[in-house]
Design a protein around this ligand. Structure first.
Ligand code: GLA
Length: 724
């Protein structure tokens, strides 16, 4: 049960697993008291005493200064020497803002997201604290929501100019979390194209550490997430706090250790290229940040995030729904196709048991390579005589669903769209625009551009009757300027772009609720909770090599559920690494996400094609378990030669175990892997071997894994609980 309790000046949000507490101190400063496992009761005086601070009655900003006070939403300029969450330029050009509480209320459920993606939940309870800066008239409303069933708290802030003159926000973060000590390891994700989301863990040190992006997207290079783990915490044990931003644009995630050895974590829109002008009466809403707490290690943190996203963020129509086994044409044909070739691939896919055929890039305008035609979303009739409908009908006649690729946010300088609307792209007048992949970004802050995209995508979906759309986004921001914004609002563009994108996605997903949208950004370059509010799955990486994928998927599942990761079996030698790996291992790894293929089945041997039929059948049978079960990571490919994980159904009656060994090691005994998440009191039968083991045995002693020899060898076991 989610509840919000008030005792004097203390607010205490609590459910079955976590507590979050804060205090409105005399004078109105809001202090952070606690986030962690559920507490029976909270006392501001006691918690402040533990922190070596004067009791609530004795606190005064003047005498003591804010530098030692754990705070909820600290601002710059009042004597707190740590980095703040808020910086505001007052009409006189100064930056100090002194927010004092003026009111508080408890709201049932969650207030609307106001154009931003956010968690939802009728079972939630929300605390709204209102603070005001008397000097400028700035009002800050702090929202805290707690859910019945998740070890999570969702936070966001609304800033309103209730003064008489314009203000400018130059930093408006979503989350500040002050913790009383620095005995934490700091975990972030870092990456690059084809190497997304590697786990980085290091002890906190004095000073500021963190990760951020200014590429315009949550990016290939990092992820809008941070975790603080107690030094001994591993996958199963120890306290871990995770924070993720429900946002797809530029962000900063930092943790700072101050002079007194306390830690401040901050998360929000990156302020490097951000400023937001608030005219009198205008409001700004920060993206939402979700905080989770786990007493069961990093694995527990991940499962808390997964449950939060699946039950309170993803489109409910898709969150736990089966996903069709798909075959995507990209690595099968690249730009080199016509309707007959696609239909021939689709026929072979159908024979393999695939359910959805996806035509990737190259079907529109004059696009035979990546130099042209983005924005001209009319089918290339040379390649597809009869247009989209005719091709889609041929695919459907085979008994397959039809899906296709678009990159709606982009324009090629070589396109009709660019010729007609040269100022619709992000650019700085008078400066030469920098092209990446020969393309420019449409200015989604403009309503007419949003309408154009909604029309183009709607027409494409209607004409093709597509059941699936891969929504790609393949470049970073540069030359950031909008022809439609006045001088004083140019630095609003990156965030206005995101608001425009979310508006477009909201309109399209509402109009086409049964179309399965898959996000993509040069692979996993915009893999975040913001996108997942609209698209239930995201292409995890352009790297389809199964060993690379073990790492990429391991890192991705730190925050995101397996069902959110598009994951495909591709051909060998692999197109990104040139590595040859066994088909069974590529299959076992691709099963770790939303499963599909990225190859031309006609180029496989008869035996391999027969194997595909077995695979697609297995993928379908294990789908509910794989996509909605609880994930336990068992061996990390970042620290050893093996990657292993097990997914356990919610009722613990079924499990799917996967082990992949990168390099063959001669003369080693079979690996013993201790499973997790099973029912210790039940026995489990391994489908592939017929052996039966106790759940306790499998978790305490381990499962003996006779891996075949050879590099990239794997083992895939389906377990089912049996009566003894
Ligand atoms: C990006 C995507 C790929 C593919 C190509 C098409 O790189 O990540 O999967 O769709 O674009 O150009």
């Amino acid at each position: 049960m989610a509840e919000i309790l008030r005792q004097g000046n203390v607010w205490h949000l609590r459910n079955g697993s976590v507590s979050y507490a804060l205090a409105v101190l005399p004078g109105g400063v809001v202090a952070h008291l606690y986030f962690g496992p559920r507490l029976a009761r909270v006392s501001a005086d006691n918690l402040l005493k533990h922190a070596g601070l004067p009791g609530a009655e004795g606190f005064a900003v003047q005498e003591f200064g804010l530098s030692r006070l754990p705070q909820e939403y600290p601002s710059f300029g009042l004597g707190d020497l740590r980095a703040g969450a808020l910086t505001v330029e007052a009409p006189d050009g100064t930056l100090a803002v002194d927010l004092r509480a003026t009111g508080a209320e408890v709201l049932p459920g969650k207030p609307g997201p106001e154009g931003l993606p956010a968690t939802f939940g009728e079972d939630a309870q929300t605390l709204r604290l209102e603070l005001k800066d008397a000097h400028t008239g700035l009002v800050a409303e702090l929202f805290y929501s707690i859910f019945d069933d998740c070890a999570a708290v969702a936070r966001s802030v609304r800033l309103t100019n209730a003064g008489a003159e314009a203000l400018t926000l130059t930093r408006a973060f979503s989350l500040c979390l002050d913790l009383p000590d620095a005995d934490w390891d700091f975990i972030t994700l870092s990456g690059a194209w084809a190497r997304e989301r590697a786990v980085v863990r290091r002890p906190l040190v004095p000073g500021e550490q963190g990760t951020s992006t200014r590429s315009g997207a949550s990016s290939l290079q990092t992820s809008p997430f941070l975790a603080l783990a107690r030094p001994g915490a591993d996958e199963d044990r120890g306290d871990v706090i995770g924070a993720a931003l429900v946002y797809s644009g530029n962000f900063a995630a930092t943790a700072s250790v101050d002079q007194f050895g306390t830690t401040r974590a901050l998360l929000g829109i990156n302020d490097q290229d951000f400023a937001w002008r608030l005219e009198p009466g205008e409001s700004f809403r920060t993206p939402e940040a979700a905080l989770v707490f786990s007493g069961n290690g990093i694995g527990g943190m991940s499962r808390a995030f997964h449950a939060l996203w699946l039950d309170h963020l993803l489109p409910p129509r898709w969150a736990r729904a089966p996903r069709p086994v798909l075959l995507n044409s990209w690595e099968a044909a690249y730009f080199d196709f016509d309707a007959d070739r696609l239909v021939a691939i689709a026929e072979a896919a159908k024979r393999a048991g695939v359910e959805l055929f996806v035509m990737d890039d190259g079907w529109f305008g004059r696009r035979d390579d990546d130099t042209t035609s983005l924005g001209d979303w009319e089918p290339n009739l040379g390649k597809l005589p009869g247009g989209l409908g005719a091709l889609a009908d041929r695919v459907r006649a085979l008994g397959l669903q039809f899906g296709l690729w678009m990159e709606p946010e982009m324009v090629s300088p070589k396109s009709e769209l660019f010729r007609a609307h040269p100022d619709w792209c992000i650019h700085i007048r008078g400066r030469e625009s920098i092209e990446f992949r020969h393309q420019l970004i449409l200015d989604l802050s403009r309503p007419e551009v949003q309408d154009f995209i909604v029309d183009a995508v709607s027409r494409t979906l209607r004409e093709s009757g597509a059941a699936y759309l891969k929504w790609d986004m393949n470049r970073n921001f540069s030359n950031i300027g909008s022809a439609a914004l006045p001088r004083e609002r140019q630095r609003e563009l990156p965030h206005r772009y995101m608001l425009g994108l979310y508006a477009v996605l909201a309109r399209l997903t509402k109009a086409f609720p049964d179309v399965l949208f898959e996000g993509c950004a040069s692979g996993g370059g915009r893999f975040d909770a913001g996108m997942l509010a609209y698209v239930p799955q995201i292409w995890c990486s352009d790297d389809t090599d199964c060993l690379e994928r073990c790492r990429i998927q391991y890192g991705t599942t730190l925050v995101f559920p397996p069902s959110a990761m598009g994951s495909h079996v591709s051909a060998v030698p692999n197109h990104q690494t040139d590595r040859v790996t066994p088909l069974e291992s590529r299959f076992a790894v691709a099963l770790g996400g939303s499963f599909g293929y990225e190859l031309d089945p006609r180029r496989l041997s008869d035996a391999e094609q027969a194997a595909l039929r077995v695979q697609t059948d297995f993928a379908r049978r294990t789908q509910a378990l794989r996509l909605t079960g609880r994930l336990y990571r068992l061996c990390s490919p970042f620290t050893g030669n093996d990657a292993a994980w097990v997914t356990v159904s919610e009722d613990r009656s079924r499990a799917l175990f996967t082990l992949v060994r990168a390099r063959a090691v001669p003369n080693t005994p079979p690996r013993l892997v201790r499973l997790r998440g099973l029912d210790p009191a039940r026995s489990y039968r391994i489908d592939e071997t017929g052996e039966v083991f106790g759940g306790d045995e499998l978790m305490q002693v381990g499962l003996c894994c006779p891996l075949p020899m050879g590099d990239a060898a794997s083992l895939l076991y389906a377990l089912e609980a049996v009566d003894d």
